[in-house]
Structure formats: C-alpha cells, structure tokens
Design a binder for this molecule. Sequence first.
Ligand SMILES: NC(=O)c1ccc[n+]([C@@H]2O[C@H](COP(=O)([O-])OP(=O)(O)OC[C@H]3O[C@@H](n4cnc5c(N)ncnc54)[C@H](O)[C@@H]3O)[C@@H](O)[C@H]2O)c1
Length: 413
Amino acid sequence: MASVSQKSLAIIGQGYVGLPLAMAAVQSGWTVIGLDNSASRVENLNQGQSPVEDISNETLANALKSGSYRASSNFEDISNADVVTICVPTPLNAKKEPDLSALRGATNSVAPFLKNGALLVSESTSYPGTLRNEVIPIVEKNRSTGTTQLFFATAPERVNPGDLVWNQKNTPRLVSGIDKESHEKALDFYGSICDAVISAETPEIAEAAKLLENTFRLVNIGLINEFTKLCGPAGIDINKVVTAAASKPYGFMPFRPGVGVGGHCIPVDPLYLTWWAKQNNLTSPMVELAEKTNSEMHKYVADRALKLVKSNKKKVRILLLGVAYKAGVSDVRETPVSHLREYLTHLGHVVEWIDPLVTSWENTNPTNDLKDFDVAIVAVNQPGLPIADLQGIGTPILDCTNSFSGQNGIENL
Ligand SMILES: NC(=O)c1ccc[n+]([C@@H]2O[C@H](COP(=O)([O-])OP(=O)(O)OC[C@H]3O[C@@H](n4cnc5c(N)ncnc54)[C@H](O)[C@@H]3O)[C@@H](O)[C@H]2O)c1
C-alpha cells in the first residue's frame, strides 16, 4: 500500500460507484464525506440504509459508527478534502447522445469549495477530452480566488455491481493526471485503496480505454446474438457452440446471447464513442451495427418463446422471469427486458413478471400467481426464481441465460 499523507476524501455521488469507493477508502484509513444531491439518499445513508447491493447495511453502519464516513448534500462540506472524486451518472439524453449535465453540475458545485492543493478526479465514464475540455474549464471558472494550485486526474471506474470476485480493491485501477504532479498524486491516492494502479500516459488514453472496454463487450455480445439467430433455425444450441469454441485455449473469449444488453455501461458507453466519432467527422459502423443487433434481440426472443406455446390462442399469457438489468441486482434502469415486455404487449399478449430482487418495475408489481401462463421466459437468472414450480405445472420455459440447460420443459435460447 502506498503511503497516504493526506487522508480526507470527498466523493460526489453515492451510488453504485461512489458508495463502494467510500467504503473501500474508509477501510484504507481515509475519512470520507459522501456528497449527493439527493436529500433522501443522504438521509438514508446516514441512517445506515445502503442503496446498493454491493454494500451491506452492516458495512455502512460500521463506517458511520467509526466516525470515518458520513453523507451530506452540502457542498461546503468538501472544503477540507484533500482529494475529491466525482462519481455521478453520465447517461444518454433522449436523442441517445451524451448527457453530461450531472458531471457539469457536480463540477460546478465543488469548484468554489476546493481547497488549495486539492486533487479533483473524475471517475465518471465519458468520451476522451472530458477532463481537459469539460471538467477543468468549469473548475477554472468557478474556483475560489484563494486556490493557487489544484490538481486534476481521471480514473474511469470499472466496478461491476454484483460481482463477488472483482471489487474496488482488487480491480486494477487506470489513472492519468493532467500533468506530472496531478498524476503522481492520483497514483498515490488510488495506490492507498487499490491493489494495482495502472498509469495511462494521458487522460484521453484512460478515457478512451474505458470506452474500448465496454465497446468490446457490446460488439462481442452483438456477434454472439447474430450467431444465435443463425444457429437457432438450424436447431443448433448457440450456448453449446460457445462452450465448444471456448475449449480453444487462446484467441477466444466466451460471450453469451441474451435478451439484449442492459445497465449503465454497455448500452451507454459505446454511444459516447459513436457520438465522439461524429464530432470528429468520423463514423464507427461496427459499433453502430452491434448496438442495433443487440437492441433488436428482444424480437427474436419473443418469436422463440411464442413458438413454445402449445395452444393456437392469439392472445397468450407470458411470464417474464427476472427483469433487472442483470442477475444479482435490483436495478431495473436500462434493462433490456423492458423492450421485450413492450414488444410482447404490443403484439397483443398479456405479460406478467416475477423478480425476487425487484418489488416494482415501471409502475407495475410482480405477480404471485404462477397458474395459467402459456410460456415463461427466463430473461435474467435472479436467485429464487420459481423454476421448479413452473416445471411442476408444465409451463414451457425459454431460458435466455443458459442456466437450466437440459432440464425438463426448458429450452435454451
Ligand atoms: N454502475 C456501474 O456499474 C458503473 C460501472 C463503471 C462506471 N460507471 C460510471 O460511474 C458513474 C456513476 O454511475 P453510478 O452507477 O454510480 O450512478 P448512480 O446513479 O448509481 O449514482 C449516482 C449518484 O450521484 C448522485 N448525483 C447525481 N447528480 C449529482 C450532482 N450533480 N451532485 C451530487 N450528486 C449527484 C445521484 O443522486 C446518485 O446517488 C457513471 O459515469 C457511470 O457510467 C458505472
């Protein structure tokens, strides 16, 4: 562990990224103030209610009890922080273009309160040039006149919510400072929390690397989804194909088909890339095609599920199993299952859902009656799905997650 000469940290945004970072920093000896502009989130945090699955209420309560952590919505509270990290959402707007309003807003809010010599790090995912051309100019415009020197770095977050193996500590952290001193301070800071810190030569390399990581996933998932549509009609199980191909010890990495891509990263970050390309009068057709392939996958899934219906009814009852954006989380934002439900409903069918981790989804509640469904679709393999009960009553099941391969009454996508 690197030596920590400065121990006061402010983290802007206490969500899937900011809160785990706060807890990891507390464990590494930092005193942390978690800033969030949601008053209710701040109140819950200070009462020991964690909003994210990766942090238990117990971990949060211990951090609060130790006096090393508290949440606040008052930006003045960052004025003692030696390091300030920004972990706010960078979603897409209605036109599917980058929406940096939260990042700009957070930067604006911290700028007047940064103390002299503070290091400001952007962890939010964005296109290359964001630190240099967005974050720094906002700070320069709004900083207090008393601050003669500030330091800036980018360290795109790689957290994978629900991952039991990889976390803030053991995931290598990519870091780059705007200048040599900023770089060293950022390496020192992350070295105090993470097992491995990787230097990127420029912030733009680090920012582009983050987009590459998630675009790589989008494109490969797109390829497998395309392959699925080729294999399905030929009666070939794509998952068995992937498993067979993955026996090659080099040059292949298994990706699995599914309802589509979900979450805040894989469906979003590649569109930051395509947008950035357009700003530079360039295009990225491969990424655009992968995005289109994945975003149309729900139609293929619907088609396959409807083929399992035993009756000739025009209007069938369909049960969706698992609606969060991925297994193990309760988060339904950007879930591809929404498109599947919309599509099936649009075709005139009745769609109900169950997800043991989700209590409410798009203003609807889960069903607790398993009877009389013509087909069920495992969209996300959440823990505790009533698979055995559905098998018991003979409901045909399409499994889009390759979790129940070979089981009675269950067909793989
Ligand atoms: N969730 C992931 O799996 C993941 C993984 C890697 C990177 N990222 C990136 O990390 C960033 C944060 O994502 P997240 O998933 O933690 O978001 P989140 O929605 O879980 O949490 C963001 C928090 O920021 C708060 N917030 C929004 N605007 C604010 C402002 N102006 N000032 C203070 N607080 C504000 C929100 O109230 C919320 O609590 C994004 O850029 C995202 O792309 C996310």
